[in-house]
Design a protein around this ligand. Structure first.
Ligand SMILES: Nc1ncnc2c1ncn2[C@@H]1O[C@H](COP(=O)(O)OP(=O)(O)OP(=O)(O)O)[C@@H](O)[C@H]1O
Length: 874
């Protein structure tokens, strides 16, 4: 049966007189005014344009209104606010309880549609007058989109899917599938479907020069996420829903349009299969209850039919070349309820759902509005505004359709018995905007199949068979039916073949892919193996080299070890030798120490003897001097004093002076006799200055007063000072005495002194020799001690002759670090050699110097005593 659908076309319909008049006037005003038009003006311009500037290449979005009948159990609105004026127009009068009544106006509003379907419209009529033409377009290779818009419980799902029994209440989706299979599948298919579904079999003319393949997908947009309703893994519990795989929208490389990536795409072979698929999707669809409607759908469902067409040439060859094949799509969308969430008492998840539903619907409305404005702007030569398609998944997915790639139809469902005026007014306005949008008609270039040369060809089986039968038999009325059956069978066989080919192609591609993968993996594996072998070979070579090197190294190590062991042995021998030497040196050292002790004792004895001799020498010298002085004094006094009394006094006083001098300067300490003599001097009467001077008593007293005594128990020193002062205060009338007493020393005395000096010199020489011996012994002792306790650091002059020639060659550059042990031993040895062989001492000058200083001190003492004597003489 051929469709008789010829639905009303909005562009051809005249506007109502009032609208047309008002719109034209407004448009004229807008044209005369260069300022930007207001929204109202734009709307009016659109109305005018729709009729005046009709473009046959453009296709406006069709908008169908379906008013839901009052079904059982629904609340009945007292005052119906929708009145159907005619087939394309309704008016809505705001009731008193509506917001519109309170805030804006009370006058009724009129809304025009492509077609208005009242409550009595059955499903078949609605389908035939709204969808059938789009199905035809899809089978001819065009894209189409139908979406049902309306508040909850307005009849959207009923319109799209229908309800049981399907024979009467099948929605436009099953009817579409039925039409498609009727159209492309032939009579047999039709009969089968009728038995099962009891849907009136609509059929559209198709281009028989094509073979058709039908594929379907069923998706859901819920909370701005896209899901697959045909996924086998779908579960129905709310918790598991959260884990459903979210699908992504991706760009088609060829067209740049968005599609749902990785969604299940099922090839449908019959209406029965299509029905099963639809029911599966419906079961999986999200349905949540709200306070307003227990069966309210909270998601948008999208059922897409993909029609693939492959051309058939005049020789009944199906050209399976993708270049000639075409794909067209028909999407049927059951939108979620468009009510506003504040009216639903929603909360939590429901509120989020409502927000998202309304967001996508709001974006859909915005897109429609801007598309419409852009059309007007385009007519006025202005730049278009960006359409916010990407603000929601729904608009993003159907962007291409709204932009002109295919036809679109909106089914607006209203339920005036249950839904409030304000909600339905909103829906009406949306539809009013949508219907003003035009999309471009798609032009299909006829493919010239006469000279198609393609490798992807196969003979259409059914057609060949039919042709053969036609040639064999003359046609008759009965035969016509038979031929039809044959034709249908041929078509079915052809489709089966097509399907098989399809499957083959798929299998081939899958096999090829797997083969390629396997080949690549084999190739990679072989390359990997080759690389592995190479690496292994290289490693083996390296390993062998290493082994060789290790062997060589092992050999040289052994040699080195042997050498080291030899060296160790030689070092041990050296060590033993040195230890023996050390023991010997130890004995020598002890002997030397004994010798040193003896020499020191001898030295001390010699020193004592030297001191004794020095004392003797001093005493002798002093006595000589005194005798000399005494002789000299006596001689002078004899010459100068003729008076006997004076002479006596002089002699007595002189005697006292001599006694006093002897007593004081010959003894270490001032003893009793000095005190007695001093008393006599103090008590001596009539002492004159002259007497004190001539007897040199004053001088002696002065010397005594200046001298330092170890002990002075009788205060000789202070008493001498007092006497000296007393004598000094006496009147002076004497002549000075002769001065030099030493120059007249007797010759024999000088001889004695010379003898003593000579003896002293001999003693000195002997002391020096002893000191030298002592010093050498000390030196030897110190060396021995140094060897035992500390080893000095090596010097450049140190002997390293113990290191053999080979070692020197091996150890060039780091001698010091490796030979310290040898150097230490050699040092010790060489030092010991030096100690035993050197005649002249290398140190020990301090001892010499101390000895010399001792001698110098002795001589100094002698000189001092001599000087003192001279002073005394003076
Ligand atoms: N034209 C009609 N004739 C008979 N029954 C109808 C009609 N329209 C709707 N119904 C019935 O009304 C009820 C609500 O309709 P439906 O479920 O299609 O509303 P809806 O808009 O899809 O709601 P939701 O947005 O919640 O999915 C259903 O039981 C449906 O069968």
């Amino acid at each position: 049966m051929q469709s008789t659908y010829s639905g009303p076309s909005t562009p051809t319909r005249p506007a109502t007189p009032t609208q047309a008049t008002r719109s034209t006037a407004t448009a004229n005003r807008a044209n005369n005014n260069n300022n930007s038009p207001t929204r109202k003006q734009l709307k009016e311009i659109t109305e005018v344009n729709r009729y005046i500037n009709y473009d046959p290449e453009k296709e406006p979005i069709k908008a169908f209104l379906r008013i839901k009948p009052n079904t059982d159990g629904e609340m009945v609105v007292d005052d119906p606010y929708i009145q159907v004026i005619d087939q394309v127009e309704v008016s809505m009068t705001p009731p008193e309880n509506s917001n519109a009544y309170r805030t804006r106006h009370r006058a009724s509003e009129r809304y025009r549609f492509t077609k208005v379907f009242n409550e009595d419209t059955d499903q078949a009529t609605f389908y035939n007058e709204t969808t059938l033409t789009l199905v035809k377009d899809v089978l001819q290779g065009e894209n189409a989109l139908i979406f049902a818009y309306g508040v909850t419980n307005s009849g959207k799902t009923y319109t799209v899917m229908g309800k049981q029994p399907q024979s009467e209440h099948a929605g436009l989706l099953p009817r579409t599938m039925n039409t498609i299979f009727n159209s492309i599948g032939g009579n047999k298919s039709e009969a089968k479907i009728q038995d099962n579904l009891s849907i009136t079999a609509d059929k559209v003319d198709i281009d028989t020069n094509y073979e058709y393949g039908i594929w379907v997908s069923f998706n859901e947009i819920y909370n701005e996420q896209v899901y697959d309703l045909l996924s086998t893994a779908i579960t129905t519990t709310a918790a598991s829903r959260q884990k459903r795989t979210q699908l992504q929208l991706k760009y088609e490389q060829k067209t740049g349009n968005k599609y749902v990536a990785d969604t299940t795409l099922i090839k449908i072979k019959s209406m029965a299969e299509a029905d099963a698929i639809m029911r599966l999707g419906q079961q999986n669809r999200q349905v949540f209850s709200t306070l307003m409607n227990q069966t309210s759908s909270r998601s948008h469902s999208i059922f897409t039919i993909h029609v693939v067409r492959c051309p058939v040439d005049k020789n009944d060859f199906v050209i399976e070349d993708p270049y000639y094949a075409s794909l067209s799509k028909l999407s049927i969308v059951d939108l979620a309820g468009s009510e506003r969430y504040r009216n639903t008492n929603s909360s939590g998840q429901r509120l989020k759902e409502a927000g998202n539903i309304n967001k996508s619907l709001m974006v859909l409305g915005q897109c429609m509005e801007i598309l419409r404005l852009n059309q007007i702007k385009n007519d006025m030569g202005k730049n278009p505004t960006m359409v916010p398609f990407r603000h929601s998944k729904l608009t993003e997915l159907f962007k291409s359709t709204f932009e002109g790639e295919g036809k679109a139809a909106i089914i607006v469902n209203v339920n005036p018995h249950d839904t409030g005026y304000d909600e339905n007014s909103h829906v009406m306005k949306f539809a009013a905007v949508a219907k003003d949008i035009t999309t471009w008609k798609q032009t299909h270039h006829k493919i010239d199949l006469q000279n198609v040369e393609s490798d992807a060809k196969r003979l259409r089986a059914g057609a060949a068979q039919r042709r053969y039968q036609q040639q064999q038999q003359e046609p008759s009325d009965d035969e016509d039916d038979t031929n039809n059956v044959l034709f249908v069978n041929g078509l079915i066989a052809q489709l089966d073949e097509l399907r098989e080919k399809w499957m083959e192609a798929e299998t081939r591609s899958t096999t090829m892919e797997s083969d390629i993968r396997e080949k690549i993996s084999r190739e990679m594996y072989s390359q990997f193996k080759e690389m592995q072998n190479k690496c292994l070979l290289a490693l083996q070579g390296e390993n062998e080299m290493m082994d060789l090197q290790l062997q060589k190294k092992g050999y040289s190590d052994e040699a080195l070890l042997d050498k080291l062991q030899k060296r160790q042995t030689s070092i041990l021998e050296e060590l033993t030798h040195l230890r023996t030497k050390f023991d010997e040196f130890d004995v020598t050292k002890n002997n030397l120490l004994d010798k040193i002790t003896k020499l020191e004792q001898e030295n001390q004895k010699e020193r004592d003897r030297s001191n004794y001799l020095q004392q003797q020498l001093d005493q002798h010298s002093t006595e000589k001097e005194e005798e000399e002085e005494d002789d000299d004094d006596d001689q002078s006094l004899t010459k100068e004093n003729d008076d006997p009394k004076a002479q006596d006094a002089f002699n007595t006083f002189l005697s006292l002076r001599k006694q006093l001098r002897k007593s004081i300067f010959k003894k270490e300490e001032l003893c009793k006799d000095a005190d007695i003599i001093m008393n006599q001097v103090e008590e001596f009467e009539n002492v004159t200055f002259k007497l004190a001077k001539e007897t040199k008593m004053g001088k002696l007293l002065k010397l005594i007063a200046q001298e330092e005594f170890e002990k002075d128990p009788f205060q000789i020193k202070s008493r001498a000072m007092r006497l000296f002062k007393r004598y000094a205060q006496l009147p002076t009338s004497y002549e000075s005495l002769s001065k030099n007493t030493f120059s007249n020393m007797a010759e024999e005395d000088t001889t004695d002194i010379q003898g003593l000096i000579a003896e002293n010199a001999k003693l000195k020489q002997r002391i020096k020799i002893l000191n030298n011996g002592q010093k050498r012994l000390k030196n030897a002792f110190e060396k021995t001690k140094w060897t035992m306790t500390m080893i000095p650091p090596p010097t450049e002059d140190d002997d390293i002759s113990m290191i053999d020639g080979d070692d020197e060659q091996e150890n060039n550059g780091n001698k010091n670090s490796q030979q310290s042990q040898h150097v230490q031993i050699v040092n010790e040895d060489s030092s010991l050699k030096r100690q035993t062989t050197d005649e002249s001492p290398s140190f020990g000058d301090e001892e010499d110097e101390s000895y010399e200083s001792d001698i110098a001190e002795i001589l100094g003492q002698m000189k001092r005593q001599k000087r003192r004597r001279k002073l005394r003489a003076r």
